[in-house]
Design a binder for this molecule. Structure first.
Ligand SMILES: [Zn+2]
Length: 112
C-alpha cells in the first residue's frame, strides 16, 4: 500500500474515534482472529479497500490484505505502492541500530 492509503487508514480510525467514541472503543475491545480487533477489521475491509482501489493499487477482486499484518517499506513516492528496495534496506539498517528489535530478516529480504 502507498503511504497515502496508509494515512487514510489511520485517518479513518481517528475520525471514528472522534465521531463515534463509544462504538470505536467497543470495536477496538472486541478481538478478531484475523484482524486483531473489530476496529481494524472495519477499516481494513472498508475504507482501506475503497481507497486502495481509488488510488489504483488494487483492481478487480484484489484486496490489500486479509489481516492486520505487514512490514514497513519505503515506497517510490507517497502515492506509490512500488517498493524502493535500496531505501527500505537503508531504513532497516537504521532501525537495526536501535533497540526496537531485530530486523535481520528484513535486511536479508531487501539486500540488493
Ligand atoms: Zn488500523
Amino acid at each position: 500500500m502507498s503511504p497515502a492509503t496508509v494515512l487514510d487508514h489511520e485517518a479513518d480510525h481517528a475520525n471514528h474515534r472522534a465521531t463515534k467514541p463509544e462504538e470505536h472503543k467497543a470495536l477496538k475491545d472486541t478481538p478478531d482472529s484475523n484482524y486483531g480487533n473489530k476496529e481494524e477489521k472495519r477499516v481494513i475491509t472498508g475504507s482501506e479497500q475503497k481507497t486502495a482501489r481509488a488510488n489504483g493499487e488494487i483492481s478487480g477482486k484484489q484486496v490489500t490484505r486479509r489481516n492486520h499484518g505487514g512490514n514497513h517499506v519505503v515506497t517510490k513516492g507517497t502515492t506509490s505502492n512500488k517498493i524502493d528496495r535500496k531505501k527500505t534496506y537503508q531504513y532497516y539498517q537504521r532501525r537495526n541500530k536501535t533497540s526496537h528489535g531485530d530486523f535481520s530478516k528484513q535486511l536479508k529480504k531487501y539486500k540488493n
